[in-house]
Design a protein around this ligand. Structure first.
Ligand code: NAP
Length: 515
């Protein structure tokens, strides 16, 4: 008998024993740098002669590991292997499939800090951010396992006399999982195991900036007993094998999390029916955001400033949910800005494995250059308050950056920067604040700090985002508690970690029998 789902507690790093264990995990992982990770297909290693090196963004000279880069031939074999595995896996009872996830959650719990240490080094997460990433991965395993058991039970139908009617959720087939680097364990785990527990087989293509943690995840799933071929680990450059996998006529669905532009490309490619294709492909796309926090005239400004700084600069602003616009009512604009700037300037930007780092580097050279270019754009579009330059050191460190007096149509108020940069916009009244908040093509997260009940109700109705938070930070959605996903160009309106999610990965069959 299973206990009800509960979120995995976070590790308390104020406890000296936990700090000692984390340092030990970091040392252990450092000793494992430089290994090669082949593709894993049909339960076997495969190398291709081409490698992707994964660097520590805090020290770009350090290679933490190399993964084999899949060619198109390898990708084709991976799809074929997954099709074979699907034949038997789709017939495994849902409760049995769920148990593989519960076993994997137990293994992850045992390796919790080691996995967190890999995240510190591979993508530059601080201890707390890395620990939360692993906790979320465990949550996805526990949550989707229970969800599949629930969906496998009798489903509510209107019953009629003289007929037996049953509705059953069946898997779709072979899917391609294309994951981002910013939650390289949590999101990868959620996307993969939701598909697999529903009875599908998947070809997993992790982001090229975070393929090593993905290799550890796939091995852990194998250790949990997942049969060969059900999860095919096929890292490779998106531009080289991405289009091929998405267009493949025997792929039934694509589960993608990443940027708007790649999401749009996948959506378009997947819509084209190829020779031999017997279905319309399903695309689940979770994309970017341009998330705003509104601060009302009567808000608690200390709370608002703390929430803004955590939401904007946590993990160097590299969260789809990160606050990148602050819309402050005119009468609190100056005192709020002063508080936010003060807190931002007190942040310590340092290598992610430094236990005192507030945040670490951005993920790679391309991200670093892109964020610095946006900062130059910001200097023309608004007034720089603080930051606006690299934070020094050998890694890709950028100081917390705030621009003021930014118009809503400015690029830095419209485009996703994905770095530690926040734009302050002024609103004369609450209606205008809501209008500005909705004035982007995205609709992922948003927040309001206010004590005005009527304004909160107004925002509840009119602030058009998938995840809206009142009087708290806008990052850190919890599985099951805050099902997560956005509107408009933020994605296909799905809710990861929610009760509707597995329906995206299944198809319902109804059997009606008269006796
Ligand atoms: P990205 O550049 O779009 O990459 C995402 C994935 O797509 C990577 O695995 C990438 O592979 C792959 N890819 C690239 N080109 C492709 C192609 N032509 N066909 C198929 N796949 C291709 O995004 P990212 O930089 O990894 O992640 C950051 C973005 O994700 C941000 O926009 C963020 O807002 C968004 N995000 C959204 C959510 C959400 O829940 N809505 C959650 C997290 C992140 P390579 O790495 O090999 O290029």
């Amino acid at each position: 008998m299973l206990v009800d789902f509960r979120n995995e507690p976070l590790t308390d790093f104020r406890d000296p024993e936990n700090r000692r264990r984390m340092r030990e995990a970091l040392d252990q992982v450092r000793r494992s740098f430089g290994r090669d990770y082949p593709l894993r297909m049909d339960g076997r290693d495969r190398i291709t002669g081409d490698w992707i090196s994964s660097f520590d963004p805090s020290r770009p000279g350090v290679v933490i590991g190399r993964v084999a880069a899949a060619t198109r031939e390898a990708a084709e074999e991976a799809v074929r292997g997954a099709l074979r595995a699907f034949e038997s896996w789709s017939r495994v009872r849902p409760e049995e499939r769920a148990r593989y996830l519960f076993k994997a959650a137990a293994l992850m719990r045992r390796r919790r800090l080691e996995l967190a240490a890999w995240l510190c080094f591979e993508v530059g997460k601080t201890w707390a951010e890395a620990d939360a990433d692993v906790a979320e991965a465990i949550d996805f395993l526990e949550f989707y396992g229970r969800e599949m058991i629930r969906l496998a039970g009798p489903q509510p139908l209107t019953r009629i006399q003289g007929e037996d009617n049953e509705l059953e959720y069946l898997p779709l087939g072979v899917g391609v999982v294309i994951s981002p680097w910013n939650f390289p364990l949590a999101i990868l785990t959620g996307m993969t195991v939701s598909a697999v527990v529903a009875g599908n087989a998947v070809v997993v293509k992790p982001a090229s900036a975070s393929p090593v943690i993905a290799a550890h995840f796939v091995r852990l799933m194998e250790e949990a007993g997942i049969p060969p071929g059900v999860i095919q680990y096929v890292p490779g450059r998106g531009g080289e094998i991405g289009d091929f996998l998405v267009s493949h006529p025997q792929v039934r669905f694509i589960s993608f999390t990443g940027s708007r532009d790649i999401g749009v490309r996948i959506f378009e490619l997947a819509a084209k029916v190829r020779p031999g294709q017997k279905w319309l492909k399903r695309v689940i796309a979770e994309m970017g955001g341009k998330d705003a926090i509104i601060v009302d005239s009567d808000a608690d400004l200390d709370e608002a400033a703390a929430g803004i700084v955590t939401s904007a600069f946590g993990f160097a602003g590299q969260k789809c949910s990160a606050c990148s616009r602050v819309i402050a009512l005119a009468d609190v604009y100056e005192p709020l800005l002063e508080r936010v700037a003060g807190l931002a300037e007190s942040l310590k930007v340092a290598p992610a494995d430094d236990e005192e780092a507030s945040y670490g580097p951005v993920v790679d050279r391309a991200a670093y250059d892109k964020v610095l270019q946006y900062i130059e754009v910001g200097k023309r579009e608004g007034k720089l308050v603080t930051g606006g330059e690299p934070a020094g050191g050998e890694g890709f460190f950028i100081r917390p950056t705030i621009f003021r007096d930014v118009p809503s149509e400015a690029r830095i108020a419209q485009e996703e920067i994905f770095g530690p940069v926040v734009a302050f916009l002024r609103a004369e009244n609450f209606d205008e604040a809501i209008r500005i908040a909705n004035d982007t093509e995205y609709g992922l997260t948003g927040g309001v700090y206010s004590r005005n009940r009527a304004h909160l109700e107004r925002a509840r109705r009119d602030f058009h985002v998938g995840n809206l938070y009142f009087n708290r930070k806008i990052t850190g959605a919890l599985v099951g508690v805050h099902p997560f996903g956005g509107f408009r160009m933020s994605g296909t309106d799905s809710k990861a970690g929610g009760r509707d999610y597995l329906l995206l990965l299944t198809q319902a069959k109804v059997v009606s029998e008269r006796f």
